[in-house]
Design a protein around this ligand. Sequence first.
Ligand code: CTP
Length: 448
Amino acid sequence: MVADDKRFINIAFNVVLIAKTQFIYYLQLILVICFAYTFTATGSWVMQSKQVLLIVSGGIAAIKIPELIRRIREQGANVRCVLTKGGEQFVTPLSLAALSEDKVYGDLFSLTDEHEMGHINLSRDADVLMVAPASADLMAKMAAGLADDLASTVLLATDKPVICVPSMNVRMWEHAATQANVETLKSRGVIMVGPTEGDMACGEFGMGRMVEPSEIVDALKTFFGDTAKPLHGRHAVVTSGPTYEAIDPVRYIANRSSGKQGHAIATALAALGCRTTLVTGPTQLADPAGCTVVHIESARDMLAAVNAALPCDIAVCAAAVADWRSADAPTQKIKKQAGTPPPALEMVENPDILGILSEAGNKRPALVIGFAAETNDIQENARAKRHRKGCDWIVANDVSPATGTFAGDDNTVHLITAEGAEDWPKMTKAKVASQLAARIAQYFEAAE
Ligand code: CTP
């Protein structure tokens, strides 16, 4: 072979080698991208290595729990089960142990269990406690704070988030006692998943069926996705709308607040993962999704609802609370009487909710934000209001009729803090809300 031929073969060999290496490199890259895409698209990463403590109470829906465990584990999470005596009637500890590949806990007074894994550690090791199926009985115990078996004791002793997946007969679900218990649990931050409507094992039809395992897994994914959000673990109380102050059972004093700004703030905080309680006066608006909504009428009702929702980390008082109410609101309608002058209303001052929250001692939220509805000297009045009320921030806005702020969708605000004033350009109330929520998140990030 001549020297040129040899060189040609060498070059050709090297080209093939480089091409092969490049091919393998790109193939690997494509595989990694495909894997990452599948992983993210299915949301699998959010549940990776999470610990779910699954509390299985009594109900026919418990037969779906083995499938639920399989599906949760498919997402990369670990499951440990607590099985109540009622639950044992429908599903065996052995099948739960086999599917979770872990011991199943059931007896509060087992010395071996307490030695190996005390009831406090069961909760301490978990990222979330999920009660599925959640029977009417177990939810009643949770609401009342009873602790007479392992499941209820763990639930009382935990400081971890709790998700309930109710399952029961339609009449049990609709019973006022169950509904009151569900409301109590929700107001304490328990997340409810379902129930749904359908045919029941008892032959009836209606609300009370446990949602399907795939939907429960979706709820878990949403929950774990939320834990990555900046305000996860915080609680906000937002006031919104006008208050109605009774003159008699028929007539009232009110104002022009639409509630749009307060509702938008509650929505924006919830979107950042904040547990949000919205206390609202009468408005035309739908309840924002993802918030606990308490409907009230008067300023005194609003104060009571806000106090009941404490403690919280953030208070945003966006409500246009009536400053005064009629001193005497008779229980019977005031009648017009010919020849007599109109009744003179004696007014008394309402409690100042923002002021009370700002001075709430050890119950004071870490960040208290008020609004200042002004028609003139906006920034000056707002600065004075911040001092007078003792809050941290004031969002000042011009509510003169010409601005259309009260009923409209836009707002032009100034954020007054201890550091000074910021003038925000005119924007939608939704944008004001998301910008304010982002500022709140930054505040807590900086404080950590
Ligand atoms: N506020 C409240 N309770 C009241 C009155 C007002 O919590 N009884 C709150 C509002 O929600 C708002 C702030 O206080 O965050 C300021 O409300 P605003 O109506 O602007 O001011 P007032 O305190 O009512 O004072 P003035 O009407 O004299 O401007």
